[in-house]
Design a protein around this ligand. Structure first.
Ligand code: ATP
Length: 227
């Protein structure tokens, strides 16, 4: 599993205890290749988001390993996990999660600022051009369409060149045209920048953009296909 950018090894996640315990992940083993666009798919409640959250250091597992660049996140302290989330991964969510008081530019640069780093202006300019945001940088989220807001969120996820971008239903709140737009941009980030992307979706159309698909049901992997 060491040559994967991100991987789960016999990962188990149990929520609650006793009679009400839910086994959200029931021994999941799956690997996600570097510089590839991978999708985790499956019906509602199958454990997709739980798997992604464990892989991204947003949630802790009950047992098993969640590897990022070959290192097991389940062995890290809370403090170390916070650093992993800040420095090594990027996130895109269904609800965009932009800060309403900040402009598009300030939102994109926020992770760089939080990490106390100096922005790489050439990379920033390239990103906003590729994502079609150059003319929108001074706008606040409320002045942008859903598709534009998600492109800002994507730029924010890519700006630190993270090892893995994790996207949770990034097209869930978008119309079909904006969805296709965002999916094409995710593909482009993989192709042109060598970005590794792991996306959760229950939408088969979204899954068709991927290089590899892991299908889940009842907390288990039922199919793993590489294109
Ligand atoms: N915080 C929690 N506490 C208790 N149970 C939870 C919690 N989070 C998720 N679950 C349960 O774990 C199982 C897997 O949930 P998960 O959200 O990972 O599924 P999913 O495939 O992402 O679903 P969806 O497509 O609806 O988002 C479900 O039965 C869910 O109810």
């Amino acid at each position: 599993m060491n040559n994967f950018a991100s991987a789960a090894v016999d990962l188990v996640k149990v929520y609650g205890s006793g009679d009400t315990a839910v086994r959200a992940l029931d021994g999941v083993t799956a690997g996600f290749r570097p510089a590839a666009f991978s999708v985790i798919t499956g019906p509602s409640g199958s454990g997709k988001s739980t798997l992604m959250h464990c892989l991204a250091g947003l949630d802790t597992a009950t047992s098993g390993a969640a590897l990022l660049g070959g290192k097991d996140l389940t062995r890290l302290s809370d403090h170390a996990l916070t650093r992993v989330r800040r420095d090594r991964v990027g996130f895109v969510f269904q609800t965009f999660n932009l800060l309403p008081a900040l402009t598009a530019e300030q939102n994109v640069l926020l992770p760089v600022q939080l990490a106390g780093r100096r922005p790489d202006r050439a990379w920033f300019t390239q990103l906003v051009e590729v994502l079609g945001l150059s003319a929108r940088l001074t706008h606040r989220p409320s002045e942008l369409s859903g598709g534009q807001q998600q492109r800002v969120a994507l730029a924010r996820a890519l700006v630190t060149r993270p090892e893995v971008v994790f996207a949770d239903e990034p097209t869930g709140n978008l119309d079909s045209r904006s969805s296709a737009d965002v999916l094409n941009l995710l593909r482009q980030a993989v192709r042109d920048f060598g970005q590794t992307i792991v996306m959760v979706t229950h939408d088969d159309r979204a899954a068709s953009y991927a290089d590899a698909v892991v299908r889940m049901a009842d907390g288990r992997v039922v199919e793993a296909v590489a294109a």
